[in-house]
Ligand binder design. Structure first.
Ligand SMILES: *Cc1c(COP(=O)(O)O)cnc(C)c1O
Length: 305
């Protein structure tokens, strides 16, 4: 991540209707353009954890993910940049993917495990076992969800133009809630932060965000809540509405999306405006958290731009 940002990192969407709805008051924070080989929010989530590995003199880090994990992809890329060895524990039964090929290309050692073993990824005893077998290494939780991850994401709020009172809403996709927690902790001048759940049945997401805030002894600087109506069938699923929305949005705005997180994010904003729940006069900042490398998993999308 460069310290100085190109001025176009916040991009206002053109006043062109997307499926009949103008998105004229919406701007996009293009984190997908930041971070080189690890664009989006994942480099922010990893920054302090990897700094700790280096401070502890550990040369190796291990983490967990599925075959299309943006987290493992970013860990491999940033780890290679920092000269760290990376090990990815991959949920088994999934064929090789373009994402794992990239990760391996950056030097990540892949460790496919059975679904039963993968279910133990949060289990401290299992983590210790892995660390003994493959260590000395630092074990990073799946998705980078950790207090250090929240601290890293808080820095998104400090990017120029983000904590600006002109934003009635700052809206972000939610997987683990780490990024939402970081934003809620770091923002104090915007109207509110809205998370869009990318998973079905995310009842534990709000408690997880509260825990994440407590873990860094922070309070939300602005109100926040999570919208649960836009998972489009569940994590990494895409229903007909999302499949129609993404190409229409991309065609109208020139901003690329992916179906797991950012497509659902912009669909939610579009739907809230179309339903009149949000006023078109309210300025909205949508956080584009990256993930475009994952487009390669979806045959119905044009190739990764
Ligand atoms: C991981 C990820 C998210 C979700 O971030 P959390 O901190 O887990 O909520 C959102 N967008 C993209 C593109 C991601 O890769």
């Amino acid at each position: 991540m460069p310290d100085s940002l190109p001025p176009a990192l916040i991009q206002a969407l053109p006043d062109v209707p997307v499926l009949g709805q103008s998105l004229a008051g919406v701007s996009v924070l293009r984190l997908d353009r930041l971070g080189g080989a690890a664009p989006g929010n994942k480099a922010f989530k990893l920054r302090y954890i990897l700094a700790r590995a280096q401070a502890q003199g550990l040369r190796r880090v291990l983490s967990f993910g599925g075959a299309w994990s943006n987290h493992l992809h970013a860990l491999a890329a940033v780890g290679a940049e920092l000269g760290l060895e990376t090990i990815g524990v991959v949920r088994g039964g999934e064929t090789p993917t373009a994402m794992l090929d990239d990760a391996q290309g950056w030097g990540m050692q892949l460790l496919p495990v059975s679904r039963e073993d993968y279910r133990r990824r949060h289990d401290v005893a299992y983590q210790r076992e892995l660390a003994q077998m493959h260590g000395p290494c630092l074990v990073i939780p799946e998705g980078g969800a950790s207090a250090e991850g929240v601290l890293g994401c808080r820095e998104i709020a400090a990017l120029p133009g983000v904590d600006d009172p002109r934003w009635r809403r700052v809206v972000v996709a939610v997987g683990t809630g780490t990024t939402l927690a970081g934003l809620a902790a770091g923002l104090s001048r915007v109207g509110e932060v809205v998370g869009v759940a990318a998973i079905r049945g995310g009842d534990d997401l709000a408690p997880r965000v509260r825990e994440a805030l407590a873990a860094i002894a922070a309070q939300a600087g602005v109100p926040w809540h999570i919208e649960h109506g836009f998972h489009c069938g569940g994590f990494a699923r895409a229903d007909a509405q999302l499949r129609a929305f993404i190409p229409a949005f991309e065609h109208a705005t020139g901003v690329p999306l992916e179906p797991v997180y950012t497509g659902k994010l912009l669909l939610a904003i579009h739907a809230q405006l179309a339903a009149g729940h949000w006023s078109p006069g309210d300025e909205i900042l949508a956080i584009h958290s990256g993930g475009l490398q994952g487009r390669r998993g979806y045959a119905w999308l044009d190739p990764w731009p």
